[in-house]
Design a protein around this ligand. Structure first.
Ligand code: GPK
Length: 830
């Protein structure tokens, strides 16, 4: 199928592809060429968007030779590839990262200047692909960056949503969602390959037949299908010449599908059919940690997984490859339960399409997958109703039943007579209705199951999947999450990066543990001064950005206190809010003088799932409190609340480097890991946090003296829950807490409307599933310690430097080494 039909005789035809000359002149020539031939405009007539697109193409041209070379090397080596299966990739802008990975930044800047253009302006033109909700999607993006940088063959597989995570706006303080039209001005980073499309089937029924050899077999007779069109994206390693591939699938109507209806003469129906097919990759579901069980969502999951398996088997393996050896060539990592339908799909391919017998197929399948769990919230674990699954994917449901039968036979063998256990462990849930527990299916099928921080992995074993960890003790492992130091330090924080590199050399960018070498500098007054100067620069950069982006004015010289993450009750934005309301209330009741407050600006950034009422009410309340606090002359210069709308990766890159204080205040035992917490520590913010997720490991590494721990521990939470938690008793017995809640209740922040936020306050006082009130006192006491320390500039800076120096463990390069060692057992290809 591939390549020329006769042996080429021109010498250039077989020579390696060469990138354009690496010089300012070479760059200018290439850039103008792209502007003229791709955009079809002269420089003098070009728009900023033209210039941005031409710049992106220019940078792609530099990467292209490396991309082709990477593909050639990987194929030649026949190395095992990591197939990262993820419904979300929260990539962030591509241009800055590509310039960094190619070391083209300076050349581009100088070249553009010669053209009378400004690199920063063109970078600001890029709309980030927001193809994820939050931590889980951003983690996938960090992981593929690290694998490329570490020379590990990896294909990221996912969905090319036409609309990513919604654009958040505020109208009278309420969240209003707008569609994310990230493709509207053109997406220069993608390479569509319609010729490599894959057909995906749905619906219909199954039937038995006897094959030529007389064996009874099953085949799936589907009812409808769609086409998966792959779009490739470059995933450049940092200065190492490797460019891996991210392959995202877009849904289109198949011709056969169209023709059938066109032939029936109903043109309008045919066009509708096309829309129906395209719906599958139309929009990212904006629910984070709360699956809705929607049919279209299951269609999305099967769609991208079926495309990806077919793609790997048909295109990445040599012709005639023996699929018995598939585990030698791929390990698919299941990023949460979203892609778990890949398990029965691979079984179907092997058994139905390739004639494997069941046991052989199961042997192969079991070696090809591993599963990462990202949550402890029971409501976040996906269960697909058997009714829906059977209707959409009848053959897969049969396969799941058979997997379950054999699995339960094994359970009964290991625990004879323990029928209750067999029922507990069944992949098929019977109550409240019949459904497939995708986490159980993944656990049974995979080589390994991992949590995303030590505490989370332990709780996963002990509380979420205890029966499974008893049956398969060796399957369970931990890989603590990490973040890419390229994007989140080197690129986002150029001043700190320069300071670090001046002190210890540039090796830290790919070997983050080297940050340890900074420790002695914590005691160097001159270094601390420069460290503060970098922080001040970041703050003023943020001040400029928020002024022009949101019309928000950041006061000078404040402690910058930042809480950015999805809005969820378990993360407890309401605790941060109660802190603010309490400060306001204490000043106005005369309990404290405004002049005694540490000048502080609290910055929130958070999107709420559109159907999550409590989360949206909390956003509304934060905005209302902000309006009152910010307009209060008594608090002028002392307390300010900023809530820029539409928090995303682009904003994070400016916000995190400017922060002094990082808020990681989830109820202990609820935040699987957190990755924002790592980004803040690496950028020299101190953390106020509970003993939860990766906070535990951050505190262990940076040391108690440099971390503000508060609140109940996970065992204390469990104990309080078991003995019966009564939030009302905290409300009644803590006057400061009562005063703050009463102030909200009184309508003070809602123009006298006592009902507007009644649900928020009532929920806290009477239900409070996440024990906000129980931790209120401890939180406030610890905030007082924060203020005390902040007053000692040198002590604060010393701790901040030590946070940076001791957080090297949280590089996603280290996470990838752990996955390679503990799960994938594969190696770099050099
Ligand atoms: C977990 F279950 C989920 C989910 O649906 N989405 C999501 O972003 C997050 N997560 C966890 O909440 C974080 O603690 C964790 O760091 C992140 O996944 C990556 O593992």
């Amino acid at each position: 199928v591939y390549g020329p039909s006769s042996t080429p005789s021109h010498p250039l035809a077989t020579a390696p592809v060469s990138p354009p000359p690496f010089s300012v002149d070479g760059f200018v020539k290439e850039f103008l060429h792209e502007l003229n031939t791709n955009q079809g405009v002269a420089l003098s007539r070009s728009s900023i968007n033209d210039q941005y697109l031409a710049l992106a193409s220019t940078v792609k041209n530099y990467l292209m030779a490396r991309w082709l070379e990477t593909g050639r090397k990987t194929r030649e080596s026949q190395a095992k590839t990591v197939g990262y299966l993820s419904a979300e990739y929260l990539l962030g802008r591509q241009l800055g990262n590509a310039l960094l990975a190619t070391d083209l930044g300076d050349i581009a800047q100088r070249g553009l200047e010669l053209c009378g253009l400004d690199l920063a302006t063109l970078r600001a033109q890029e709309v980030e692909p927001g193809l994820g909700n939050g931590g889980l999607g951003r983690l996938a993006a960090c992981f593929i960056d690290s694998l490329a940088t570490m020379n590990v063959p990896c294909i990221g597989y996912g969905i090319r949503y036409e609309y990513g995570i919604f654009r958040q706006t505020f109208v009278d303080g309420r969240q209003v969602e707008q569609p994310d039209t990230w493709l509207a001005l053109g997406s220069p980073w993608e390479f569509p390959h319609p010729e490599a499309s894959v057909t995906v089937h749905f619906g219909g029924h199954t039937e038995k037949y006897t094959d030529a050899a007389g064996t009874e077999r099953t085949r799936w007779v589907p009812e409808w299908n769609v086409l998966g069109v792959p779009y490739n994206y470059m995933v450049p390693g940092y200065l190492n010449g490797r460019v891996n591939t991210l392959r995202l699938w877009s849904a289109q109507a198949t011709q056969a599908f169209d023709l059938q209806i066109f032939n029936s003469g109903d043109y309008a129906d045919a066009v509708r059919a096309q829309t129906f097919a395209e719906n599958i990759s139309k929009v990212l579901y904006p629910e984070d940690s709360t699956p809705q069980g929607k049919e279209l969502r299951l269609q999305q999951q099967y769609f991208f997984v079926a495309c990806s398996l077919r793609d790997f088997i048909d295109n990445e393996l040599e012709e005639g490859f023996d699929l018995h050896r598939l585990p030698e060539r791929i390990h698919f990592q299941l990023n949460d339960t979203h892609p778990v339908i890949a398990v029965p799909e691979l079984m179907r391919i092997l058994v139905d399409d390739h004639g494997f017998d069941w046991d052989e197929a199961w042997e192969v399948t079991q070696q090809c997958f591993a599963y990462t769990c990202h949550t402890l919230l029971p409501e976040a674990l996906e269960i697909w109703s058997t009714e829906l699954l059977g209707r959409l994917l009848p053959r897969h449901l049969e396969i799941i039943y058979q997997i379950n039968d054999e699995f339960l036979a094994r359970v009964r063998e290991a625990f004879p007579g323990d029928e209750l256990r067999a029922r507990r462990m069944s992949i098929i849930a019977e109550y409240p209705s019949r459904g497939v527990r995708m986490a159980y299916l993944a656990t049974v099928a995979g080589t390994k199951v991992n949590g995303v921080a030590e505490l989370h992995s332990q709780l996963l074993r002990d509380k979420v999947l205890p029966d499974f960890s008893e049956l398969y003790p060796d399957k369970f492992t931990n890989v603590t999450n990490g973040v890419t130091p390229r994007r989140f330090v080197r690129m986002a924080n150029p001043k700190l990066s320069e300071l670090i590199t001046d002190a210890i050399g540039s090796g830290w960018v790919t070997d983050l543990e080297r940050l340890r070498e900074l420790e002695p500098y914590a005691d160097d007054p001159e270094f601390r001064e420069q460290f503060r100067a970098a922080k001040a620069w970041n703050k003023s950069r943020l001040t400029d950005l928020l002024a022009q982006r949101d019309g928000i004015e950041l006061p000078d010289g404040h402690l910058l206190d930042v809480m950015v993450k999805r809005l969820h009750e378990y993360k407890r934005q309401s605790l941060k809010l109660l802190h603010i309301v309490s400060l306001y209330e204490q000043v106005h009741s005369g309990a404290i003088a405004a002049a005694d407050l540490t000048p502080r600006t609290v910055v929130f950034g958070a999107k709420a799932a559109p159907g999550y009422k409590m989360a949206k009410d909390t956003i509304h309340l934060i905005n209302k409190v902000a309006a009152i606090v910010n307009a209060d002359p008594v608090l002028e210069g002392r307390l300010k609340v900023a809530f820029p709308a539409n928090y995303n990766v682009t904003l994070a890159e400016k916000l995190i480097p400017a922060a002094d204080l990082s808020e990681q205040i989830s109820l202990a035992g609820m935040e699987a890991s957190g990755t924002g917490n790592m980004k803040f520590a690496l950028n020299g913010a101190l953390t106020i946090g509970t003993d939860d997720g990766a906070n535990v490991e951050i505190r262990e590494l940076v040391g108690d003296k440099h971390f503000f721990l508060f609140g109940m521990s996970e065992p204390e939470v469990a104990q309080l829950g078991a003995q019966g938690y009564h939030p009302g008793s905290y409300y009644e017995s803590n006057p400061r807490l009562k005063a703050a809640l009463d102030l909200i209740w009184s309508g003070h922040f809602s123009d006298g409307d006592r009902y507007l936020f009644d649900s928020v306050v009532t929920n806290l006082v009477h239900n409070d599933r996440f024990m906000v009130l129980a931790d209120f006192d401890s939180y406030l006491a610890t905030q007082a310690k924060v203020e005390e320390k902040y007053a000692d500039v040198d002590a604060w800076t010393r701790s901040a430097v030590l946070n940076v120096a001791r957080s090297g463990f949280f590089s996603s390069d280290r996470s990838m080494r752990d996955y390679l060692k503990r799960i994938w057992h594969t190696q770099p290809v050099i």
